[in-house]
Design a protein around this ligand. Structure first.
Ligand SMILES: NC(=O)c1ccc[n+]([C@@H]2O[C@H](COP(=O)([O-])OP(=O)(O)OC[C@H]3O[C@@H](n4cnc5c(N)ncnc54)[C@H](OP(=O)(O)O)[C@@H]3O)[C@@H](O)[C@H]2O)c1
Length: 402
């Protein structure tokens, strides 16, 4: 998911303020934004302060955050000693979550369609047919904690197959609020007597796996939709830690899916793509070269300013650029806000009323969906802005060395 991939890059950016500052100087493309002062060390001190504390102040609001230090490996092993976790699907999330659970020593099995792409990948990664690799039906039957990590369209299509195995006393786990929130479109209803929980890593399964192997953790959102056992919340916190999360933020199924679909269509990908294109096209129409238009629109943003905003905040960015840039950005941000607010309002409405989910389900379940997506992606790839970008990227000092 785009939002997760983007939050991953932002997290990386946040941890590399110093590197970014150096990068500004090395690139030399943004002299007017070169930092005048070193970034304050707020990230580190905030981290030290919040370790172990469960209720934190986020811009004036109190929110609960759960931390993995409360669930050391021995406690997890004891807590899940009688459980079989069935991971259905072996896409990026099935791979990352499944391997992390396995490496944490829990009893985990994978369920995917026999001899499909995922089956072959699972075998290559050490899952053994008949031992801990099964068909979707077999795994759903054997597991008492069932992770539904099939693609969102497959969660709808296979629900009639999976549902009979989700019997009272089991836990049904999702990594997206999609299937349950849009149940009028997916027909996925929470079965009676079952805990229905969500843990959505804020990044791809590959990042989840990589950070786990490095002894770090990716942040995740957690939610309980149905608490049949009375322990669903505790259970999803423990599962969140077991899959390799660092901090766990509370949400609901609908808030998770609304914010996720909204964000990836908005600032994380759709809106930023639109803004990049519009600015580039105006510069080109006014006679600027492709390299100048690209550098001033994308390269400077992604290579120097965005990482600094990630590391230090927009307030710091404004305070640490030339007064000429500061004056202009202060004056113009309101115009962009006013122009885009109604678009974001329309977008949220379209997410909430199910228009976006229906479109995703319809489009992504067509037999030729990969081919038609590829046609649209090719248009982006072959547009002037991104062809110019390829050349600019190749000229980055680190790439020029290769
Ligand atoms: N990717 C992310 O960054 C991310 C982050 C957080 C949460 N999530 C959520 O996690 C869940 C899984 O996402 P993902 O990206 O890992 O999944 P994905 O790549 O979209 O698909 C996962 C699995 O679905 C299976 N599948 C698709 N169509 C099928 C069908 N008709 N019959 C049987 N199996 C089918 C695939 O098996 P085959 O290989 O056999 O086709 C694959 O194992 C989703 O709810 C997603 O929204 C994703």
């Amino acid at each position: 998911m785009a939002s997760r991939a983007a939050s991953r890059s932002i997290a990386r950016a946040a941890s590399s303020a110093a590197r970014s500052t150096l990068a500004i100087r090395a690139l030399g493309v943004a002299p007017r934004f070169a930092a005048r002062a070193a970034a304050p060390a707020t990230a580190t001190s905030a981290f030290q302060q919040i370790r172990g504390i469960k209720t934190l102040n986020f811009g004036g609001s109190q929110e609960k955050v759960y931390e993995r230090s409360d669930w050391p490996k021995e406690k997890l092993l004891d807590y899940f000693k009688n459980d079989t976790i069935a991971v259905l699907g072996y896409g990026p999330q099935g791979h990352g979550q499944g391997l992390n659970l396995r490496d944490n020593g829990l009893n985990v099995i994978v369920g995917v369609r026999k001899d499909g792409r995922s089956w072959k990948k699972a075998v290559a990664e050490g899952w053994v047919p008949g031992k801990n690799l099964f068909t979707i039906e077999e795994a759903a039957n054997k597991g008492n904690i069932v992770f539904n990590l099939l693609s969102d369209a497959a969660q709808r299509d296979l629900w009639p197959t999976i549902k009979p195995f989700i019997t009272p006393g089991k836990t049904l786990y999702f990594s997206h609020g999609f299937a349950i929130t849009y149940k009028h479109q997916t027909n996925v209803e929470a079965p009676e007597g079952v805990d229905v929980v969500l843990c959505a890593p804020k990044g791809s399964g590959t990042t989840l796996r990589t950070l786990f192997l490095e002894g770090k953790g990716l942040n995740s959102s957690i939610a309980v939709f149905q608490d049949a056992s009375g322990h669903a919340h505790e259970r999803v916190v423990a599962l969140g830690v077991a899959i390799g999360s660092g901090y766990l933020y509370e949400t609901t199924f609908s808030k998770e899916v609304y914010s996720d679909l909204f964000g990836e269509r908005g600032v994380l990908m759709g809106a930023i793509n639109g803004l990049f294109r519009a600015q580039y096209d105006v510069l080109r129409a006014q006679g600027h070269s492709p390299s100048e238009a690209f550098n001033e629109t994308v390269e400077e943003a992604t290579q120097s300013l965005f990482p600094l905003i990630g590391a230090n905040g927009m307030d710091w960015m404004y305070a640490n650029c030339s007064v000429t840039a500061q004056r202009g950005a202060l004056d113009w941000h309101q115009k962009f806000y006013d122009a885009s607010l109604p678009v974001f309002q329309d977008l949220y409405k379209s997410v909430k009323d199910g228009t976006e989910s229906q479109r995703a389900l319809d489009k992504n379940s067509q037999a030729d969906y990969r081919e038609s997506l590829e046609k649209e992606l090719k248009e982006i790839r072959e547009s002037e802005i991104w062809r110019a970008g390829e050349t600019v990227r190749n000229l980055r000092p680190e790439n020029a060395k290769k």
